[in-house]
Design a protein around this ligand. Structure first.
Ligand code: PLP
Length: 419
């Protein structure tokens, strides 16, 4: 039994009463206004299943491991699918996300970020390390090494923490900028009684030019710098000897480049290459459609990802022949890459494409402006299907995301945790 109350966005339950979602699974269509209300973000079961399998197969055949970035959805239902498909572990960006993953029962967590808050380090020591969860985080400065060392020395049992030296690039985000700094950090961490250097990491997904249909200039060089850093650390014997060193990079856009440049066969010592793609799992109708090696940059005939998220919203008004106002806005869909894209409409529970053009061009908090071909038959009350870009911002806006089959019948639901 899973009771949700009438204030849950997307449900049509009257305020003050509750509904049992489990009773609706397999029975209710999300188009049934007795149970659901628009706008509504939904996820297609078939697309989620297929995307998880496509990525599993892609990584397995390339000989790399996958620690999907959980920040995309922070939804137990997605994390469970990824782990069931053999994910090496899960990636987090914040301690709050680590806490979420621990509550989902994840046993290996990579915090792809620096830990510089003594309280957070203490929390990790008590609730993650002490519980036997395999955990590593980034460090990119001598200050970072000192902070970790001091906080761990004060934590109960003085635990040892696994760290990965993060490598960055000029004008980029975190990450040491030079080979000399990387070595200094690795040496300092190696000297600490509380730290073990288990690998190196970086993130190529934010290079200027990100999100187009080609790989940005500089990505290959950056990945080469990560490889060189790993070789230099290995040459000094600074990696913990118990396991192959972990070399980790890779979002969803240029994971093919990561595999190419950081494959274990590229190293002179034993390496486990771990990619951290997250958005592949829902894919999208925008930035990832353009940039993914499993979509916009795919070669003909190769396996493809499928957009799994769709925002359903009503036409509220057609005040001018070529203008349609739709009942969804910034509160319902991300806009950092592009506005929600009209992909079709629903007739009952049957998806149709629109016979003519319809293009979103402006958005308010709760309204979307769509320019339409005057000949298109669209009127108040019609339901539009909208594609989103990109997924993290979509999950941020919904506490309940119904999962549906191709007939828009409920097969389950996702409950994204606050990110
Ligand atoms: C450090 C890091 N690793 C991995 C990812 C996952 O990349 P994507 O969202 O393209 O799947 C991100 C996303 O921002 C990230 O910041």
């Amino acid at each position: 039994m899973h009771r949700v109350d009438g204030l849950t966005k997307g449900l049509a339950v009257p305020p003050g009463s509750t509904t049992d979602l489990d009773e609706l699974v397999g029975v209710a269509h999300v188009t049934d206004s007795r149970h659901f209300s628009l706008p509504l973000m939904i996820a297609f079961d078939g697309a989620l299943t297929s995307n998880v399998q496509v990525m599993r197969q892609y990584c397995a055949s390339a000989g790399v491991e996958l620690a999907p970035h959980a920040k995309t959805s922070m939804a137990r239902g997605i994390v469970e699918r990824q782990l069931a498909a053999g994910a090496w572990g899960m990636t987090a960006a914040t301690v709050h996300q680590v806490a979420g993953l621990v509550s989902f029962g994840v046993r290996r967590i990579l915090l792809a970020n620096e830990l510089v808050d003594a309280g957070a380090i203490d929390w990790i020591a008590r609730h993650v390390l002490a519980a036997g969860t395999e955990f590593s985080c980034y460090v990119d400065s001598l200050d970072g090494v000192r902070i970790l060392d001091t906080a761990l020395a004060a934590a109960p049992g003085e635990p040892t923490l696994d760290v990965m030296v993060e490598i960055g690039f000029p004008d980029g985000r975190t990450g040491a900028r030079s080979a000399a700094t990387v070595l200094e950090i690795a040496r300092a961490a190696g000297d600490s009684a509380h730290l073990r250097v288990v690998g190196v990491a970086g993130f190529e997904g934010l290079f200027p030019g990100f999100g187009t249909g080609s790989v940005p200039y500089g990505v290959a060089e950056f990945l080469g710098a990560i490889r060189d850093a790993a070789e230099a650390i290995a040459a000094e014997g600074l990696f913990a000897p118990e396991h192959p060193a972990v070399v980790s990079a890779g979002g969803s856009s240029y994971v093919d480049e990561v595999i190419n440049h950081l494959h274990p066969s590229r190293f002179s010592f034993p390496v486990t290459t771990v990619v951290r793609s997250g958005c592949y799992v829902t894919h999208d109708h925008g930035v990832y459609e353009r940039s993914s090696p499993l979509d916009g940059r795919a070669s003909d005939g190769s396996a493809r990802l499928t957009p799994a998220l769709e925002l359903l919203a009503s036409v509220l008004s057609r005040p001018e022949p070529d203008l349609v106002i739709v009942g969804c806005g910034r509160r319902d869909a991300p806009t950092d890459d592009q506005l929600p894209r009209v992909v079709g409409r629903l007739r009952g529970s049957v998806p149709e494409s629109l016979p003519g053009s319809a293009k979103s061009f402006a958005i308010n908090d709760q309204h979307l402006f769509v320019r339409v071909d005057p000949a298109v038959d669209l009127r108040a009350g019609d339901v539009l299907r909208l594609g989103i870009s990109h997924p993290c911002g979509a999950f941020d806006r919904w506490r309940l995301v119904p999962v549906v089959d191709a007939d828009y019948r409920l097969t389950g639901y996702l409950e994204p945790a606050l990110s």
